[in-house]
Design a protein around this ligand. Sequence first.
Ligand SMILES: Cc1cc2nc3c(=O)[nH]c(=O)nc-3n(C[C@H](O)[C@H](O)[C@H](O)COP(=O)(O)OP(=O)(O)OC[C@H]3O[C@@H](n4cnc5c(N)ncnc54)[C@H](O)[C@@H]3O)c2cc1C
Length: 306
Amino acid sequence: MCWRDAGGCQCRAAMGVSRLCRPGSWLLLARRGPVPKVTTWTHRSFRTSITLLKQDDFTKILSNELEKVHKKVKDALPGSDWTPFKSMDHLPPEHADIVIVGGGVIGWSVAYWLKKMQTKKKAYNVLVVERDTTYSHASTVLSAGGIRQQFSRPENIQMSLFGAHFLRNINEYLGILNEDPVDVQFNPSGYLFLSSEKGAEILEENYRVQREQGAKVALLSPEQLKKKFPWINTQDVALASYGLENEGWFDPWLLLSALRRKALSMGVLHCHGEVTGFNYVTQEMVTSDGDPVNFRRIHEVIVSFK
Ligand SMILES: Cc1cc2nc3c(=O)[nH]c(=O)nc-3n(C[C@H](O)[C@H](O)[C@H](O)COP(=O)(O)OP(=O)(O)OC[C@H]3O[C@@H](n4cnc5c(N)ncnc54)[C@H](O)[C@@H]3O)c2cc1C
């Protein structure tokens, strides 16, 4: 049977142009099997349940279809979360430059920043693989969504200061044209740390580092603490430190959704599956001292679908 021929004819028939099968294309495939009588096939026609259309109707249908395609293309322009890859949710692409295992807040954040930092000359094909789209056990949605700068290390303080700036200006980062603005319900009400006599020195030292790094933190004596928070029992409290700005809490689910929506609008791909392994290629290289070293490079990521 000439599968290709039949398909071609049915396709045309569906457009309302029922026609005879061309013997030329049938002969091409018929070489594989026993040669049927050509005379039979030249008279065969394919029927369709669709009534033959007038030229005018056909033009109308065609322009309706073109309208739909036009709308889809319009929706796909920057500023929309429409993605041509939606129907491939369960299937990863065959190739990606960067595969991110896990679509929690870190995974989507990495995907977002990779896309944001890419240049026209060096664009990345980024894929996020997430095994549980309900996020039932993900730390992101289990977390309290607290943010503070009251750390002891400058690096953490700097990262958190940027985090607060990011949350305060979130629409500059994650906003999408013609979409609802992002609101992660950031509530900058401050963190309060209390210390006994024993811990007061450390609290003071941390406070000094935090102020040096630009965090707005204040030290409070027990009396000042009682005045600000009359409901606190200040017995045994020697010193307190309180964040005056950029500390508080937000809704982690809203942050995750906003990062995901933005990254998808920037062309990040995603799929629902579990990364179960990697295949490597080993490359032998020579160090500047002339010693051979073997490097393992991930060559394939194995994703399993339920
Ligand atoms: C109770 C609690 C309270 C917290 N409170 C705060 C807080 O107030 N402030 C703060 O800053 N931090 C807080 N944290 C920490 C914060 O939540 C985490 O640091 C952060 O969410 C980590 O994000 P993540 O994307 O790395 O991990 P997750 O959110 O856990 O995401 C990892 C994702 O990877 C997926 N995954 C794992 N393995 C695979 C695989 N093989 N294939 C495919 N997918 C995979 C998982 O399904 C999951 O969705 C808290 C954490 C907890 C648990």
